[in-house]
Design a protein around this ligand. Structure first.
Ligand SMILES: [Zn+2]
Ligand SMILES: [Zn+2]
Ligand SMILES: [Zn+2]
Length: 505
């Protein structure tokens, strides 16, 4: 939790943020002017590509877009992409990872912020009274798989020695089991084991694979705790949460969750009510701490370990009440709504990059490039690959559904879960936000083309796309500049407006 607070506290001041935005807007505006001079169909093209403008490598599609009247199946309009600017339709790549597509990741981050914020303060169809519910920010970590280099600070925030020891000992491989360096919080050696051979890479891989299941069981235990509270006070309660996975530098997965206590109406399962005033955030924190401490299980047997691996959370459990405030962080140590939403949203766009590894799904012919035994990330991938490789005696289907997932998710260091999830009644959904964005774009299109004249008939009309993949990316770098800069400007304006309105007063 100390790292969480340090990161939150370092966020920009309002003045710095404003200055940075103004400087960026000035540069992008003049760049866009230059790029606009390159295209003579500028206005029509901008309107055509609007949906994919922020993407750095959009998917190009060719084919027919057919509008069909739903009641009669009469074709009202049939357009081939050859009639469109560039002869293609552009669709955003939609990648969540900032290292893959900064634009699409930013869209995802902003959407996640909206989802988290709506669950905290209401909006987007969530009642504003949720801001009165007890709410707790919970971080759960993996146990230790061996000593690693770490950024450590004293109470005053000064960086102190990594792993000081009065008597220097060595591991069986001859590596010193102490480190007197003061590592900065972005030092490349953070999360690297003191000894690669001592570090338990296989167990970490297995733990990552089971992190989602450990979370599921923990929530079941927490719900039991909530049921006990219900009985004691003769009230009706429900847990709602949103959670985000984060890779630590050592390659183990962390989960950050915002857990909210709701009142419920047994006759109306969708109602989100303010819970009875006798239960507060400290009750919720106690229930969660107990659930995290008590939940454990043993994995299925593996040929390399017949009795399976025990799966538990790490020892640091520190559920913190969340307070409603415009300020990012106050001195009481409670985290405030704006900071929490920003923090969760930011981590939703990162994955293994933080653990020093970035690749797509690995195959037998590509795994050798990554599963290098002289690096920590390489050892992790190697462990996933080996433990996930099927022994000839095991049925292929059975293996694929079990330990085979370690191989399938080797590029995620074994973690095959979702990076950002929420319980059903926590907030709105990403799909709802995407639809809202499409509607917004249609209403605000600066140069509506003929498509939009049919917008009013939306409910009675079906659009049938018969499109084929034509390629990836913009045609020229000038096009990319033009599209991306206009999107960056629009996004900055939207983000400023949205986040200001959703930050509670
Ligand atoms: Zn993209
Ligand atoms: Zn160190
Ligand atoms: Zn060793």
């Amino acid at each position: 939790m100390t790292t969480t607070r340090a990161r939150v506290a370092r966020s920009e001041t309002v003045e710095e943020l404003g200055a940075r935005r103004r400087a960026r807007d000035a540069v992008t505006a003049s760049l866009a002017e230059v790029a606009a001079a390159v295209r003579d169909d500028h206005d029509r093209w901008m309107s055509h590509i609007a949906g994919a403008a922020g993407c750095s490598h959009p998917i190009r599609l060719v084919g027919n877009v057919t509008h069909v009247e739903a009641s009669t199946w009469r074709i009202t309009r049939d357009v081939h992409t050859t009639e469109m600017p560039d002869g293609v339709l552009y669709t955003p790549c939609g990648n969540r990872r900032a290292s893959v597509c900064a634009g699409c990741a930013e869209t995802y981050r902003a959407d996640t912020y909206q989802l988290v914020a709506a669950g905290l303060v209401g909006g987007k169809g969530v009642p504003a009274s949720v801001s009165e519910h007890p709410c707790v920010f919970l971080t759960v970590t993996a146990p230790s798989f061996g000593p690693v280099h770490a950024h450590r600070t004293d109470r005053a925030g000064r960086t102190i020695a990594c792993r000081p020891r009065r008597h220097l000992e060595h591991c069986p491989h001859g590596a010193p089991l102490a480190c007197f360096d003061r590592h900065d919080d972005d030092a490349p050696e953070l999360g690297r084991p003191l000894c690669l051979d001592c570090y338990d890479h296989p167990t970490q891989a297995v733990w990552n694979l089971h992190a989602g299941e450990l979370w599921r069981r923990t929530m079941i235990a927490a719900r039991r705790g909530i049921t006990a509270l219900e009985k004691r006070h003769h009230i009706k309660l429900r847990l709602s949460y949103t959670k985000v996975a984060e890779f630590q530098a050592r390659g183990a997965v962390h989960l950050h969750a915002l857990v909210r206590l709701d009142g419920r109406d047994p006759t109306d399962p969708d109602a989100v009510l303010v819970p009875d005033a006798r239960v507060g955030a400290h009750h919720l924190a106690t229930v969660l701490r107990r659930a995290v401490e008590e939940t454990r299980f043993v994995t299925a047997p593996h040929p390399a370990r017949e009795l399976g691996w025990p799966i538990v959370w790490g020892e640091q459990v520190d559920p913190r009440p969340v307070r409603l405030s415009r300020l990012d962080l106050d001195d009481s140590g409670e985290i405030t709504t704006g900071a929490v939403a920003g923090y969760l949203a930011k981590y939703a766009t990162k994955a293994t990059e933080l653990a020093g590894h970035a690749s797509t799904r690995l195959r037998p012919d590509t795994v050798r490039d990554y599963a290098r035994l002289d690096t920590h990330p390489g050892r992790q991938i190697d462990a996933c690959w080996h433990l996930g490789t099927r022994p000839e005696t095991v049925d292929a289907e059975e293996w694929a559904a079990g330990w085979g997932r370690l191989r399938r998710w080797a590029h995620m260091l074994g973690f095959g879960g979702h990076f950002s999830t929420r319980s059903r009644r926590y907030s709105t959904t990403l799909a709802a936000l995407r639809q809202a964005r499409r509607d917004w774009r249609r209403e605000h299109a600066p140069h509506p083309d003929e498509d939009d004249e049919l917008a009013d008939e939306d409910t009675t009309e079906v659009i049938v796309n018969s499109l084929a993949f034509a390629g990836i990316g913009w045609h020229t770098s000038a096009d990319a500049l033009l599209a991306n800069t206009s999107a960056a400007n629009a996004r900055a304006r939207r983000r400023a407006a949205k986040e200001e309105t959703t930050t509670p007063a």
